[in-house]
Design a protein around this ligand. Structure first.
Ligand code: PLI
Length: 465
């Protein structure tokens, strides 16, 4: 029997007109933006796949909850609603709201890292690593080797390699490690999940050394969906119960609510360690605000409380991941090189393979993202040598194996016809790929350079195909 189409489990109630631009307008805009898609004004962007962060469409229930926001400076009822939702869904007792994820990372890093301590991560995320390093920590990559190989189709590329952890302990002792900072659906690896079997084994190993796990649970629900659909023994379990089991292996988590949680702003730290919670609240009042709002309005807390419950509805999360795969499959069918398996939040173009005529120091992913914008007004993001920054010791570029362009799909925002437009543009560029030229960096900020760096084409004709 022919497989039946499964539609999105929601209807569109409100629409936002999308800018329509001409190619000459886009050529002028990318020049103005220093060939950095982060610096484009959104009025010049059509389909915006820069990020899935803070770009979700909220539901009618979230919008109506916002009207009930309790804006009290202290003791807000809205915080109590959020706290209840996070306790129920993530299973952590203490909840500390922050204005977004990196604020939770900042506080956690300041409290839990002593200068000179290692912070093992399964690959890295830019802000998580930056905060660990600002606190004097040393990043240590403990992800499996398959994660660095864009050709590997291993289904658990987010897995942690226990042997790499063991090597670190053998060399420096367990006390040299602050905590294990582990991310589900690893963003920089292509949105790749870890398996429950892996996290269980890591937790057992860590217990032997009394090392806590603090998850970056920003995309934990997407990881829970992959466990449900791929891992033996989980097919009949709800995503909600898988998420809770996964979180049970951690002492706590930091979360950017701008992703899984389906809101436009917000974040939190949650933990079962009362001492960690107390210290975080002490710092919170210095940097974010009272523990019952943490830099957010009461209405934001209400929207988060509803989003945290909606994100684990099985039909919703299945449709979200299916849409990402729908885009990926079209690219794969046309031979466009992408990271596989397809990730949870994005399709990652393999710019190294796509633009094999450009050396990494000519920023192939940055060039490809610029060319995609010029071709169709689709905004994507570089995730390669620019994002990786410089080695804090040698100050040379870090040269990651993965040189990617991220086509990030906002939640509940675009239809599959939008995905078709994106696929057509990527395929058209791939067919004329040799015309895409490299870039040189002409302005480089010291920290998180990818946000604001500026570039110029190496040849006057520009980067476009
Ligand atoms: O953007 P924030 O500060 O709410 O969250 C920071 C953050 C932490 N962890 C992970 C895995 C992220 O992906 C993340 C933010 N990601 C962005 C902005 C992105 O575009 O992927």
């Amino acid at each position: 029997m022919r497989p039946r189409t499964i539609a999105e489990p929601y209807r569109i109630k409100m629409v936002e007109p999308m800018p329509v631009t001409t190619r000459p307008q886009r050529e002028a805009a990318i020049r103005e933006a220093g060939w950095n898609t982060f610096l484009l004004p959104s009025d010049a962007v059509g389909i915006d796949l820069l990020t899935d962060s803070g770009t979700s469409a909220m539901s009618d229930r979230q919008w109506s909850a916002m009207m009930l926001g309790d804006e009290a400076y202290a003791g807000s009822r809205s915080f109590a609603n959020l706290e209840r939702a996070i306790r129920e869904i993530y299973g952590f007792e203490h909840v500390v709201p922050t204005h977004q994820g990196r604020a939770a990372e900042h506080l956690t890093s300041q409290i839990r890292i002593k200068p000179g301590q290692y912070v093992p991560m399964n690959m890295y995320f830019t802000t998580t690593r930056a905060h660990a390093e600002r606190a004097g920590g040393i990043f240590y990559d403990c992800i499996v080797d398959e994660a660095h190989d864009s050709h590997s189709e291993f289904p658990w590329k987010g897995n942690i390699d226990i042997q790499k952890l063991q090597k670190l302990v053998d060399a420096h002792g367990a006390e040299s490690i602050a905590y294990l900072s582990l991310a589900p659906c690893v963003n920089m690896a292509g949105g790749q999940p870890f398996s429950m079997a892996n996290i269980k084994a890591v937790a057992a190993w860590a217990k032997g050394y009394n090392l806590p796990i603090i998850f970056d649970a920003t995309r934990a629900v997407e990881n829970a969906y992959f466990i449900q659909s791929r891992e033996e023994g989980y097919a009949s379990r709800s995503v909600a119960s898988i998420l809770k089991e996964m979180m049970g292996y951690g002492e706590g988590c930091t979360v950017s609510s701008k992703k899984d949680n389906l809101v436009n702003i917000g974040g939190f730290m949650a933990t079962n360690n009362p001492d960690f919670a107390r210290k975080t609240k002490e710092l919170l009042v210095v940097f974010e605000g009272m523990p019952t709002y943490g830099g957010l309005a009461g209405r934001d807390l209400e929207a988060m409380a509803v989003g945290v419950r909606e994100m684990v509805e099985d039909a919703y999360i299945a449709s979200r991941i299916r849409q990402v795969a729908y885009l990926g499959q079209q690219l794969a069918d046309a031979g466009v090189p992408t990271v596989k398996p397809f990730g949870g939040h994005a399709i990652f173009l393999d710019a190294r393979a796509f633009l094999s005529h450009l050396p990494q120091d000519q920023f192939p992913a940055q060039s490809l993202a610029a060319a995609l914008y010029v071709d169709s007004g689709v905004r994507a993001m570089e995730r390669g040598i620019v994002s990786a920054g410089r080695d804090p010791k040698t100050h040379d570029h870090c040269r990651p194996k993965l040189e990617l362009v991220r086509l990030t799909i906002p939640r509940r925002v675009y239809t599959n016809l939008h995905m078709d437009v994106v696929a057509e543009s990527c395929i058209a560029l791939f067919e004329q790929r040799e015309k895409i030229q490299g870039l040189k960096m002409v302005y480089e900020p010291e920290s998180l350079r990818f946000f604001q760096a500026r570039f110029e084409p190496l040849v006057a004709a520009g980067v476009g195909a």
